[in-house]
Design a protein around this ligand. Structure first.
Ligand SMILES: Nc1ncnc2c1ncn2[C@@H]1O[C@H](COP(=O)(O)OP(=O)(O)OP(=O)(O)O)[C@@H](O)[C@H]1O
Length: 461
């Protein structure tokens, strides 16, 4: 991380005192110091927005109060340390009330106090920089670029994520397990104006039913057996940020009523307390269930359902994302090889076919672990079908008829045939979509393993 220079302006009309301060402050090589002997010259330089100003309280051409107000207006992040001959405590209190960071009396200890005050501010500044850079890193991690895919299905999702991140609307994300619901929730948060505030995720299904309430709203010490200390809840933690309630369909009916109340009134209290706390959180919920069905069955409150529905975003299963399977597989292969200092491995044509025909019940999470295992299992630089552990899951019916027992070669043929049929027999397009060499397809055509059904066969070049 590039360290920004810490800039300090000294405003002091007493030439001797000013030089003494300048000399002392410049002893720290991390500080850049500029000295001004009049308010007029300082005002001209204020647009440089120094990190700290040490300000003589009584300058000949203006008052310290006036300059303080100007600093706060033009450079609100600048910290002002008042340095004054006035020992009157009321003057000091007034200066602090008006926004001065510190007030130092010109006496024998002034130098030491200033040195310590600057050290503390410099330290805070360093921490703030680190925090900002970490926040940027997290935001980069969850920008759209990390959601891989170009299929129409995922493009629709990108569009909705973009819309959701522009406002505070509640978003409800549905999709099978491992389809990227949490990733999408983070993308919404880290592209919204709340991105510098916390993103707090709670998986309702992972918390024992009797603890959910205290997890969400917190509790006071002694609120129930086992509550030995006071605890803040997720609503408080997520204040001004985003609260992601994963597996919301698992929330029991009593808590559904409480959640609805909190969302409507934007107020809640910790368990065991009557104090009302206000909440400002953006809510994103996710579920693999069909909540509308749950409402019909009486398992989910209708009023809460409509309160949470907001902008619905449905994530299609991986098997419906076509060529994205290969794009995401490559992305995980490259990521794993990079993280493990391995040369990047490639998928063989047969391995690609196997992936395209696999139903992926565990969706992208399953594809990720499959790719990582394949990297470990394959000795050479190519991943073959044998390295792809598909577990006991049956092959997809997308290309094969139900119950068929086909060889890999037969699957491959069927899927290429299906792509040719759906893409105007455009060999180049199908080769690109399936990420196989066009010569592989031409070879299959020449052997009559696949046929070009359309009258109009697309020729390139
Ligand atoms: N389009 C994508 N591109 C790259 N990685 C993805 C994509 N979608 C999901 N992932 C990755 O797949 C894994 C599973 O995603 P995530 O945890 O967001 O799924 P989920 O739907 O929330 O799962 P669950 O329902 O089990 O909670 C994560 O490692 C995530 O980063």
């Amino acid at each position: 991380m590039q360290q920004e220079i810490f800039t300090i302006f000294i405003v002091e009309d007493d030439l001797f005192y000013g030089s003494m301060l300048e000399h002392m402050v410049a002893l720290n090589p991390d500080y850049q110091v500029k000295k001004f002997t009049s308010a007029a010259s300082f005002k001209q330089a204020l647009h440089e927005k120094p990190h700290v100003v040490t300000l003589d309280y009584s300058l000949p051409d203006t008052t310290g109060d006036e300059l303080l107000a100007m600093i706060r207006e033009i450079s609100p992040d600048t910290k002002t340390i008042m340095i004054s001959g006035q020992e009157d405590i009321q003057v000091a209190i007034d200066a602090l009330k008006k926004g001065a960071h510190d007030y130092i009396v010109k006496n024998d200890e002034a130098k030491d106090r200033l040195w310590i005050a600057l050290q503390n501010l410099h330290e805070n500044f360093g921490l703030q920089q680190q925090l900002n850079s970490l926040k940027d890193e997290v935001a980069r991690k969850y920008n759209f670029k990390n959601i891989i895919g170009t299929s129409p299905a995922i493009k629709k999702v990108f569009d909705l994520v973009d819309k959701a991140s522009r406002t505070n609307i509640t978003a409800s994300i549905t999709g099978e397990t491992g389809t990227g619901k949490e990733l999408v929730a983070k993308a919404i948060h880290f592209n919204s104006i709340r991105k510098a505030k916390p993103f707090v995720a709670v998986n309702i299904a992972a918390i024992p039913g009797d603890l959910i309430e205290s997890e969400l709203f917190g509790h006071e010490k002694g609120a129930f057996t086992g509550a030995v200390v006071r605890r803040t809840g997720k609503f408080e933690e997520a204040n001004k940020g985003t609260l992601f309630l994963d597996e919301i369909g698992e929330l029991n009916i009593n808590l559904q009523a409480k959640l609805l109340r909190v969302l409507q009134e934007k107020e809640f209290s910790r368990l065991g307390s009557n104090d009302l706390l206000t909440t400002d959180v953006r809510i994103i919920v996710a579920t693999h269930r069909n909540l509308a069905h749950e409402v019909k069955r009486g398992r989910f409150r209708e009023d809460l359902y409509y309160r949470l529905l907001g902008l619905p975003i449905h994530l299609p299963p991986l098997r419906e994302r076509g060529h994205d399977i290969l794009l995401i597989a490559k992305y995980f292969l490259e990521q794993f090889c990079r993280e493990n200092d391995m040369p990047v491995k490639k998928l063989s044509v047969e391995a690609k076919m196997k992936l395209m025909t696999f139903p992926f019940p565990g969706n992208i999470r399953q594809l990720k672990s499959m790719m990582e295992l394949a990297c470990v299992l394959s000795d050479g630089d190519e991943i073959a079908p044998v390295h792809l552990d598909t577990g006991a899951a049956p092959a997809t019916e997308m290309a094969a008829g139900a119950g068929d027992h086909l060889t890999l070669k037969q699957y491959t043929t069927r899927i290429i045939q299906q792509y040719l049929d759906n893409n105007d027999a455009d060999v180049l397009k199908v080769a690109a979509l399936l990420d196989v060499g066009k010569s592989t397809i031409y070879r299959m055509i020449s052997k009559n393993e696949v046929v070009l059904h359309k009258n109009k066969i697309v020729h390139h070049g």
